[in-house]
Design a binder for this molecule. Sequence first.
Ligand code: AHN
Ligand code: ZN
Length: 336
Amino acid sequence: MKQSILKLLCAALLVCAGSACGNFAKSNSEQSQTSPRSSLIKGTFNSDSAYRYISEQVAFGPRVPGTESHDACAEYIIDKLRQFQADSIIVQNATVTAYNGDQLPITNIMAQYNPELNHRILLVAHWDTRPWADNEADLDMRQKPIAGANDGASGTAVLLEIARSLDLEAPACGVDLLFVDAEDYGNSDGFGNNSDTWCLGSQYWTKHMPYTAANRPRYGILLDMVGGKNARFHYETFSYRSASVPTAKVWSEAKRLGYDNVFINSLGGSVTDDHMVITAAGIPTTDIIETQNEQTMTFPPTWHTHDDNLDNIDKNSLEAVGRTVLNVAYNEIPSK
Ligand code: AHN
Ligand code: ZN
């Protein structure tokens, strides 16, 4: 009698456990249906978090070299990198001369994970914003600095979110995150003739790189304007020709993760950008940038306008780029 009551109790408990387990399994399978890629992905890249890092940068105001907002944002980036326990943080302060004679106090910031490893990769974004809105029709509006949610803050935010993941789950290789200044203070008259007026921060950095021949990064990946609505990234022409290794790694990793609707396997345009400077300095660097936007057939429609604000940021673009680049980093295994 006692035994059969015990048996009943046990059976009841088992049924309870079974149904609880059933519910759990169900909610798990529902989750895996909404993110089918989860089993392929390492790291914890979260696009809500990346979006927040954009909004926090934009809240400082335009990050134009020589302004208080600019300096406050530099401190913010450094604070975040400390919070995400970068093994070393290198801050480069300098003054450079812009094409129009302006003296620009610039700050390049680099965070290193696994600084002792010779097998390294370099991830880059510019964090400054353009002092003018060249593509506004109205002349007064054109003189005002842009918010730079996409052009400046998006690449920076994705790298910060990558830092958060690298802290939680260490990569096998060395990873350097480089935040360059004064990319966007260039002369937009007569494109092509003025390429050395852009990318002043990376020009300074390549002249003062903290590397030996042994620990110089194998390749670099540049993230520029990676948060646009329905962004699609074609191969940037210069990257395709002169940085084929990281270009192949990024676009094939995107395909593996199911982001081949975002990373398109065909040639887009060619861009004067930080990757050219860094490639010329001996680190072949690919540029993730929209050069074949569906509406404009070039950069995103908000480019160098006052529409480059939070309203035009797309979390899906941040996620596709962030998870792809983070997983390229996790895939990089040093050979002995
Ligand atoms: C030029 O417009 C020459 N290059 C585009 C690089 C850039 C500007 N990226 C963001 N803003
Ligand atoms: Zn720009």
